[in-house]
Design a protein around this ligand. Structure first.
Ligand code: GLN
Length: 499
């Protein structure tokens, strides 16, 4: 083997594919290096379930395929799968007590697509319970830790963001080359920003939701998280595609997304929405945004001011629609069909006991809000009104896209915060999604990539929002921004490594 294990875990997916092809190393070696890294970073608590034996078997099979000339597009690449994707025969918990021992008998379409393309699964990554949260603190299996530390308070553990915090932490700490995430209101992009990696939420309907445990069905999308824009493009090409099992999955051809990374954005129009200049955003985030604008200008893009006038209604709208759909989706966890059951004296009591014990506080809060806004007396005042505002938010983007091709914004209103810092105040936690939820409400693609460090030495991301089905332009602009930003900083997780 020509590469030491640490070198193998530092490769991008694109580089590793070349190395495998050139026989510089085997998938088994690449996979073993990542299994070792998962063990070394155990304290970060990124995984709910680790599957090293399965990974080595899959790596072995991959090496055999490659030897016989049958290599698939992602053959032999070790990835982590968010524990919201049902994986056949492998426990899938949604980080909830209620699904603690749930072993699906089926595979989600998106993970199946990845397996069909040859990936190796290292395990299932932790998340906020049922993907509800922005800090990973609501996981039943304990919070995930961000591998990054602030230079001003290096002893304080930071959140990786959420809900895909386990995936983000695993990719940032070089435990996995990439990971799947899901994004209902920002759960791929905000943790990517907090952990210094890239992640894209594709257009609603681009990836099948079948077999991905539902949170809010009209907002949920699967997407990739990786260390480069190109790696995201490679993963998305494999994950996306029409699926007859999901009626909202679109029958649209999946392009080779990595081919979109031409590096040329001359003449492209980049919109800057004035409503995203918000009071209370740290000056360094606005400054990074301005820097991003400069970089794109220098690369030949034209910058135009656009307006998204209904932006201020996005969070309240999201926090009506998402809980409404969640309350309905989570009705299925009744102690009869899935997971946990706490017997009562009768069926109603069994439901009550199971749900009282099985769900955490944040999930209960969402179920209560959702049930309230859907109840007969309040349906028109809240749910119907939120649906109307949602339409206006989508229309804002349609209007903006008459003037521009993509929109550039910050990803999150802060750097990674300390674990537990925002927990007491749910409203403050919800503010994390201020720049991301509109994208879900409008069903658009949005990419976050790391573009700089805060004064505390923590990663900060910028977001590129595209037109529906135009992930290619989003990725193309992302590639240019990535090159200009040249983000090479890495977390120093040595202090976190197990002895
Ligand atoms: N933080 C948001 C929420 O709590 C978004 C979560 C997500 O995208 N899954 O709902």
């Amino acid at each position: 083997m020509s590469n030491a294990p640490s070198e193998l875990t530092n490769l991008t997916i694109a580089q590793a594919l070349k190395g495998l092809e050139n026989k510089d190393f085997t998938s088994k070696e690449l996979t073993q290096a990542h299994i070792d890294s998962v063990e070394a970073h155990d304290k970060l608590n990124a995984f709910v379930t680790k599957t090293p034996e399965l990974a080595l078997q899959q790596a072995d099979a991959s090496d055999k395929r490659r030897a016989s000339g049958d290599a698939k597009p992602l053959d032999g690449i070790p990835l982590a799968i968010k524990d919201l994707y049902c994986t056949k025969g492998v426990r899938t918990t949604a980080s909830s007590h209620i699904l603690e021992n749930f072993v699906p008998t089926y595979e989600s379409t998106v993970s199946q697509n990845l397996f069909d393309d040859g990936i190796v699964m290292l395990g299932k990554t932790s998340l906020d319970e049922f993907a509800m949260g922005s800090s990973n603190m609501t996981s039943y299996f304990g919070n995930v830790i961000n591998p990054w530390r602030s230079t001003s308070a290096p002893d304080i553990e930071l959140t990786p963001g959420g809900s895909s915090g386990g995936s983000a932490s695993a990719v940032a700490a070089r435990m996995a080359m990439g990971a799947t995430g899901t994004d209902t209101g920002g759960s791929i992009r905000q943790p990517a920003s907090f952990c210094g990696i890239s992640g894209i939420k594709p257009t609603y309907g681009r990836c099948s939701r079948w077999g991905v445990i539902a949170f809010a069905s009209s907002l949920d999308q699967a997407g990739p998280m990786a260390r480069t824009v190109e790696d995201c493009a490679l993963m998305l090409t494999s994950m996306a595609g029409h699926d007859p099992k999901d009626s909202t999955s679109a029958d649209i051809k999946v392009p080779d997304f990595s081919a979109a990374l031409t590096g040329d954005i001359r003449g492209l129009k980049v919109g800057i929405p004035k409503e995203y200049r918000m009071d209370g955003t740290p000056a360094e985030i606005d400054a990074l945004w301005d820097q991003g604008i400069e970089w794109l200008k220098e690369s030949g893009a034209e910058i135009v001011d656009v307006s998204l006038p209904h932006t201020k209604y996005a969070l309240p709208t999201y926090y009506i629609i998402a809980p409404a759909e969640a309350s309905s989706n989570l009705a299925r966890y009744d102690g009869v069909r899935y997971g946990l059951r706490i017997e009562g004296d009768n069926l109603i009591e069994t439901y009550e006991n199971t749900r009282a014990e099985g769900f955490g506080d944040e999930v209960k809060r969402r179920i209560m809000i959702g049930t309230y806004v859907l109840s007969a007396g309040y349906y028109d005042a809240y749910y119907v009104k939120a649906q109307r505002v949602r339409r206006l938010i989508a229309q804002d983007f349609e209007n903006a896209y008459k003037q521009c091709d993509v929109i550039l914004t910050p990803t999150a209103p802060s750097e990674a915060f300390a674990l537990g810092q925002e927990e007491e105040d749910p409203i403050k936690m919800y503010l994390n999604d201020v720049f991301t939820v509109s994208v879900n409400l409008a069903g658009l693609p949005g990419l976050s990539l790391p573009t700089g460090l805060s004064a505390n030495g923590l990663p900060l991301g910028l977001q590129i929002i595209g037109k529906s089905w135009d992930e290619e332009t989003v990725l193309r602009v992302g590639g240019v921004l990535e090159k200009a930003a040249n983000f090479v900083a890495m977390p120093d997780s040595s202090i976190l490594k197990a002895a």
